[in-house]
Design a protein around this ligand. Sequence first.
Ligand code: GLY
Length: 250
Amino acid sequence: MLRALCRYIPNSFVNALAMTAPETPIDVALARRQHLQYRDALAECGVAITTIPGDEACPDCVFVEDTAVIVGHVALVTRPGAVSRQTEPVEIARALDAWCRVIRMEAPATLDGGDVMQLGNTIYVGRSARTNAAGIAMLEQTFRSRVVAVELPPHVLHLKCVVSPLDHDTVLLAEGSLPPALFAGFRIISVPREETYAANAVAVGSHVVVAQEFPRTHDALSAAGFTLHPVPTSEVRKADGSLTCQSLVF
Ligand code: GLY
């Protein structure tokens, strides 16, 4: 059975990092209700969820995806690229220890899990403001898989802001974001430019947890045979968050 590790939202989430300050402040109570809807959607997909306490000293701690990369029973616990996030992995490592062999990333490596996408036997990794060459090298050493480094445009925070894996041979890719040739041999479901945010989705078998209010993306996913679980994202979006970043699924 698939598991997901999530983390409760602290009051300090109102101060979470954002590339652009939101027009209205984060409503933390609403963010918590939306986080519950997200966890319920994952549970509907058959995922067993463990949620650990948040940490007031870590405003971004709900974004657990950035703190580890898990392949099989090995968890590479990362050193996130934003200094304010570098203590988040401590509790994540402790929690993952129950299920995985935990390996810790050391300085000077930095890597955010949101930059890492597994697709078949290939691991794609975004070269971003958060993920450096040493982080990518440690990813290669740890998993000994085929690793493809992808240059990200400066306005894209993480690789998975524009592309998500749907199954072993299918990706959901925002139009105009990355060259489709990167995913040659895989089936691509395109997200129209005006719905780019919807390119981040969590797939569990034939089920997909997807952001609400992106009808063209929903139609494309339904036409491809996926069952959709739309969830609200207004508050995490104010902190540059979306769906994959709120869980570690393994
Ligand atoms: N607010 C999420 C991040 O910047 O990492």
